[in-house]
Structures are given as C-alpha cells and as structure tokens.
Ligand binder design. Structure first.
Ligand SMILES: Cc1cc2nc3c(=O)[nH]c(=O)nc-3n(C[C@H](O)[C@H](O)[C@H](O)COP(=O)(O)OP(=O)(O)OC[C@H]3O[C@@H](n4cnc5c(N)ncnc54)[C@H](O)[C@@H]3O)c2cc1C
Length: 438
C-alpha cells in the first residue's frame, strides 16, 4: 500500500479529484502537488496505505456512508440527499454577511464556533499571499482569517492537504469541503480515526462542477489583465451576488462581465473548463456533510422568501448540524427560515437532477467502453431517452474544449456579444425551464 498504488489506481486512470486528502493524511508529509494540483511524491513513502484507503477518487461506498450517518440505504434518486430540514438563512453580523458568497452563513457559523470555543480552527481557502491571484488552503484560527477566506473559489484547490497540520494539534476543528472532499473526510474515519475525531463539523458546499484554473486566468487575460497586476481575484466579488472580479495592484476594481450575472457566466464556464473527474461525480448537494450549503435565489420566489436576498440555503443533515444551527439561532448569531418541501428551489432541484443524470450517463458510457470509473457502490439508475438527449446536448459543448477554442469562447463570453447571447439563453431558460413560481 504505497503512493505508487495511488498513482496507478487513481491518478493515472484520471480518477483523482484533486481534493488533497492523500496529502492531508500522509503521516510523513511525503505528498505534494504538481502545477495542475495532481498529487506527487515529494518525500519518503512509508507504505502506511493511509492515502490509498482515504482517497475518494476510485471508490466511495455511498450505501455504507448513508447507513452510518442516516441509518438508511443511499437513494440515488433523491436529488438533495437525506436531510432533516432545509433552511434559508444568514449571519446576524452584517459585515460577515456582506463578505459571503451567498449569504455568508458558512463563514458566520465558523466564526460563531470559534468565538464560542467549540473549535480551535477551520480548514478553509484563502488567497496565496505570494501570488494574490491564486488560492491557498489554510487552517484559520482567528476570526479575521475565517472572514478573509469567505466566498466560493470555483477552481481546483487540493485544500484537504491542510489536514496534515492537524496531526499534532489539539482539536476540535471544522472543515469546509466540496462533495469529493467530504467523501474523503468520511473515509478517513475508518482509516485514521485519531485524525477524523479531531474534525467535529463538516460543512459541505453544494457543487455542480469545479473548474480548472485556466478558467479565471483566461477570463483575466481576455479582459486585458495580466495575473501579475492582480492584487486580489474573486469569483464572487464586487457586491452580491458578485462575479469574476479583480482588484488591481493600483487599487482599480474591475468586474469582468458587468452585464451578465455570475450564475449565467458560470453555467458556460463550467462547460468550458469543468474538471473531467467532476463529470463522473453524482453528489450535487454534498449528501454526506453535516450541513450542505448552497445558493438561495430569492428572485425565483414569491413572498415571503422573495425578500430573502443575500442568503444561504442549508441542508441540515446530521444531529451535529442540527445542534449547531439550534445553538447559533438561540445565541442570536444567525437567522434561519425553514423552507418547506413544497417550496424547495426549482433551480437547485434542476441542477441536482442535471448533475446526477449527467454523472450516471457518463459512468455508464465509460463502463461500456471499459474505461476506469469511480465505484459508488450503488446500482446506476437507468437513463430515459429524454435524459439521454439532454446529456448528449451537454456533451456536445465538449467540442469547445481545447486551449485555443476555450480561449476564443471565453473571449466571446466576456465581450458585448456574450452579453447578447446570454440574453437569448435567458429567454430559452424562462420558456423551457419555468424556474419562477416557487
Ligand atoms: C466549486 C463550487 C461549486 C459550487 N456549485 C454550486 C451550485 O451549483 N449550486 C449552489 O447552490 N451552490 C454551489 N456552490 C456553493 C456556493 O457557491 C456557496 O459556497 C454556498 O452557498 C455557501 O455560501 P456562503 O455565503 O454561506 O459561504 P461563505 O460564507 O462565502 O463561505 C464559503 C466557505 O467555503 C470555503 N470555500 C470556498 N471555495 C471552496 C472550495 N473550492 N473548496 C473548499 N472550500 C471552499 C471558503 O474558504 C469559505 O470558508 C459551489 C461552490 C463551489 C466552491
């Protein structure tokens, strides 16, 4: 059981999610990363097998996890996963709310846990101080660090590598992760319980797909900004809900797509730059986190929810998540509104459905061609003709992949022509998806 095995079983066959868990569990800190964030051996491997056994790249037993966490089999048809309740909410600290991607609830809860001494720190993603246009995972141990790491980073960052800093530290800690990262965190419990027991709270971000970092680097270049000029880059900067935004070294701030909403830019960019491994993932709402955190779009709703702009959607899944939310509400740190099942967001259900059918179709297609696939330990649901056509439509966007085509498409998207094409696409969505009426 060595890093070599991880290399041959996971990295080489294209199953590595680049979550960073392997580096995070390695007791000798022998695993580093190449420039595309793939793990590589940088020290001496002691053949302990921790990296192999906790890696979520080739195998995650969804059924076993579901039984362990919720006492029931995994249901591949459930779009939002097992949840006790769903809420829309925000932290009462307005400064934190303003900093957040959706409503700042994730950051607000982390700050609350730290303030009430329930955690010693949190694994989050901040900016690389040496290269401010890049992102770096950090074990945040102060409110300032937690708040400055707010907002979504839609690019691959193997942030679980920071778990390596937890080995010799006293817990408990909180960790924020994408679904693949949470799969790895849950696997650690069986492999390295001493480390897993230090992680008390797992915050999972909903995740359609994540992107290669070329996505924002090309967006910057096409907007005439060299990475070296950037003092800070945000995917959700420039005020809620934000967008690709850069602050330059001379203090100038620039929104790279002033007339297109971030979510509409993202839906195209994900197709252009989505990481290949993400298209084999079927977990959209972070089904195994204590709390799943997503975007809440008040504009899709009628009253009273239409008034809840700048809020986060929360899937409360476990007792740990429930206790945390209850005490944060009681202490006045957050405000929550229960979202009844009949008013679940159509937009969120649509994207979860899309991710699942696309994941299932891709897994089936790859299996049929004897290509490597991750094993989630459940029977893949059948895909009907309508779903197959939808998946094929999305697959056709792969024609735009390849460095030159990606650059041209990005150029168009971030130009006035992109804005016109976006308006046509919005009309299509309004007519065919019917998102309003929640
Ligand atoms: C790649 C990606 C895809 C997403 N896709 C969707 C989607 O399709 N639909 C949807 O509803 N929501 C999606 N989200 C979640 C959404 O963008 C918000 O992160 C979520 O709603 C929480 O908002 P918040 O204001 O409470 O978070 P904040 O208070 O801003 O806190 C976010 C926390 O997450 C950490 N973080 C940011 N990026 C990452 C990352 N890449 N990996 C690990 N930790 C990170 C930050 O450091 C911070 O601690 C996605 C997020 C990411 C990063």
């Amino acid at each position: 059981m060595s890093f070599k095995l991880l290399h041959y079983d996971v990295i080489e066959p294209g199953l590595c999610a680049r979550c960073g868990v392997c580096a995070g569990v390695c007791p000798t800190k022998a695993i580093g990363f190449d420039c595309r964030s793939y793990p590589r051996l940088v020290g001496k491997c002691t053949n302990c097998g921790y990296c192999n056994h906790s890696c979520p790249g080739a195998e995650v037993d969804f059924n076993a996890l579901s039984k362990e966490l919720f006492g029931r089999n995994y249901d591949p048809h459930s779009l939002l996963g097992t949840q006790e309740q769903m809420f829309v909410g925000y932290p009462t600290d307005e400064a934190i709310r303003r900093e957040g991607a959706s409503g700042g609830l994730t950051t607000g809860l982390l700050a609350y846990l730290l303030k009430t001494d329930r955690i010693k720190g949190a694994v989050v993603i901040g900016h690389d101080p040496d290269k401010p246009w890049q992102f770096k995972s950090v074990l945040a141990t102060s409110r300032e660090q937690i708040v400055s790491a707010a907002k979504s980073k839609y690019c691959i960052v193997p942030s679980m590598s920071v778990l390596a800093d937890l080995h010799k530290k006293e817990g408990p800690f909180a960790v924020v992760g994408l679904p693949c990262q949470v799969h790895g965190l849950r696997k650690i419990a069986a492999v390295y319980p001493k480390l897993a027991n230090k992680i008390k709270y797992i915050f999972g971000l909903y995740c359609h797909y994540n992107m290669e970092k070329d996505a924002y680097l090309n967006a910057l270049k096409t907007s005439g900004i060299a990475p070296g000029q950037v003092a800070q880059f945000q995917f959700r900067g420039g005020g809620w809900p934000g967008g690709f935004w850069a602050k330059l070294a001379d203090g100038t701030e620039k929104m790279l797509h002033p007339s297109i909403l971030y979510k509409d830019v993202m839906s195209i960019m994900l197709r252009l730059y989505g990481a290949e491994r993400c298209f084999m993932c079927t977990d959209a709402a972070n089904d195994f986190a204590d709390l799943g955190m997503g975007d809440f779009w008040a504009t899709d709703y009628k009253k009273p929810f239409s008034e809840l702009t700048s809020c986060t959607l929360v899937s409360q899944r476990t007792a740990t998540g429930r206790d945390l939310l209850n005490s944060a509400v009681d202490d006045g740190a957050v405000k929550l509104y229960e979202l009844p099942a009949e008013r679940y967001s159509k937009r969120i259900l649509n994207y979860c459905h899309e991710k699942k059918i696309e994941g299932h179709a891709n897994l089936r297609r790859r299996r049929a061609k004897s290509l490597p696939v991750p094993d989630y330990h459940y029977d893949l649901p059948a895909i009907n003709v309508r779903q197959r056509l939808t998946v094929e439509f999305y697959r056709s966007t792969r024609l735009l992949r390849g460095p030159r085509r990606q650059r041209v498409a990005t150029h168009i998207l971030f130009s006035p022509l992109g804005s016109i094409l976006n308006q046509i696409n919005q009309l299509r969505k309004k007519l065919f998806l019917g998102l309003e009426g929640n």
